[in-house]
Design a protein around this ligand. Sequence first.
Ligand SMILES: Nc1ncnc2c1ncn2[C@@H]1O[C@H](COP(=O)(O)OP(=O)(O)O)[C@@H](O)[C@H]1O
Ligand SMILES: [Mg+2]
Length: 247
Amino acid sequence: MLQTVPAAAPPLAPAAAPLLSVSDLHAAYGQSEVLHGIDLSVAPGEIVALMGRNGMGKSTFMKTLMGIVPARAGRIRVGETDVTALKTYRRVAAGLAYVPQGRMIFSAMTVQENIETGLTVTGASKVPGDLYEMFPVLLEMKGRRGGNLSGGQQQQLAIARALASRPQVLLLDEPTEGIQPSIIREMGRTLKRIRDERGLSIVVSEQVLSFALDIADRVLVIENGSIVHEDARADIDEAKVARFLSV
Ligand SMILES: Nc1ncnc2c1ncn2[C@@H]1O[C@H](COP(=O)(O)OP(=O)(O)O)[C@@H](O)[C@H]1O
Ligand SMILES: [Mg+2]
């Protein structure tokens, strides 16, 4: 007689294909390897915080994703596109955008001109109104020089410039550095709103744990160029992450 086979567990809903996938990424300055095989997949709409102390490789990771530092080995994909060997502007066209550490806005250019530098890959010549809707203070100040803005306003400008290329994946390198706590909380709200309204994925490097906990769906810790710890936000081991961040 045939035995009844227990019903198989219903298949899990397939996870959405990652928007950003990085595998076994290595990078070096000259002979000195700084990234030793980073793996990271980021789902659409996911916010990932990459935490680590100074000198651990956060900025190098971001720069390698953007093609500012070449990958020595490994692979970087944005959606279906392998961008590992592409020039920076082609990575931007493929959907990556980057807010560098220290913001790097153009001090002598106006707010509007700064944002316009982000439009190059879209073919648009005017700043889309929805960017000014997202950052009303930039509309108010669009004729002012970037160098005359406060730190928090410059950070908004740097984010607006990055969003001007209509990215699928936004990279932010230590956006809270040198910013007041009240403005940091506002930035957290803005980043979540950008994710919710545009459905893009965000990778943010950070040393401020409270900010990461506020916005991230997942927290990774980088130490000496390797990922040494990873937690989903729901079950984050705060004490352990804090220990990695303390000197
Ligand atoms: N342009 C460079 N040339 C040589 N070494 C560098 C350069 N930039 C960074 N490094 C080194 O690479 C390591 C990682 O630095 P970085 O990625 O800036 O770390 P983080 O952003 O986490 O502070 C450090 O040891 C740093 O000294
Ligand atoms: Mg850095």
